[in-house]
Design a protein around this ligand. Sequence first.
Ligand code: ATP
Ligand code: MG
Length: 238
Amino acid sequence: MKIVIFASGKGGVGKSLVSASTAIELKRRGHEVGLLDLDLHGPTQHILFPSSGRPEATREGLKPFLSPQGVKLFSLGYIFKDSPLPIKGKEKYGMVQDLTWLLDWGDIDYLIVDLPPGTGDEHLACIRAFKTASLYLVSLPSLHSISVVHRAYSLFKDEGHNPEGVILNMCWLKIDGRKIYLFGKEYKKVMRERGMEIVAELPFDPLLSKAPLKRSNSGYWRRISKLVAEIIARANRS
Ligand SMILES: Nc1ncnc2c1ncn2[C@@H]1O[C@H](COP(=O)(O)OP(=O)(O)OP(=O)(O)O)[C@@H](O)[C@H]1O
Ligand SMILES: [Mg+2]
């Protein structure tokens, strides 16, 4: 099983959407996929994959459930719904550790992990448990976001990981065939200066707010398909 982690450091940049899209695209390509939402305080995969199903605790362990799209899912959102989870420090670290150890994913080819924003307990527990994972960071192409993401990138390096690079999301919006760069084009230079590789550049797609997981031939989904091909190629090389 190959493990692919999506992290950022920065909030609201599209980690959860890109994790979910990647899972859907891997499944479409014939791979068995699990998706682990490790956002304890603000899980969203239960919103992206709405279902009355929920993970189950059995004698063999904690079982994810199969979404209608055929992706195996675990998110605390299916259990706690909209209730807050008032835990901190060691409890959070322990909970993430438990989730990385206790879940019984069965026979899957890829486990996609969606991390919360920040560089705290959840991140450390996750990358220490999944030492051989491929790590992708997600950022907006803004200078502000890239600088926060660089901090997370450095933390992962200090922890002995070699992040694959950064997925820049919401780079442009196409209007009447013209690309409007929402945060300017300086990001390529800044990424070079920061020594971080750009693995993918994704457009802003207004249709995603209505139907986030509906695959189409849009620019966003074409680029997700290219990204997934790259993720598979890199995972097979490592
Ligand atoms: N390329 C895109 N085009 C249009 N909307 C997008 C795109 N990427 C993400 N979004 C939207 O931006 C919002 C934030 O995305 P998402 O929840 O995936 O970010 P996140 O990084 O996981 O946030 P958090 O840090 O809170 O976990 C969502 O409403 C999502 O649908
Ligand atoms: Mg998220």
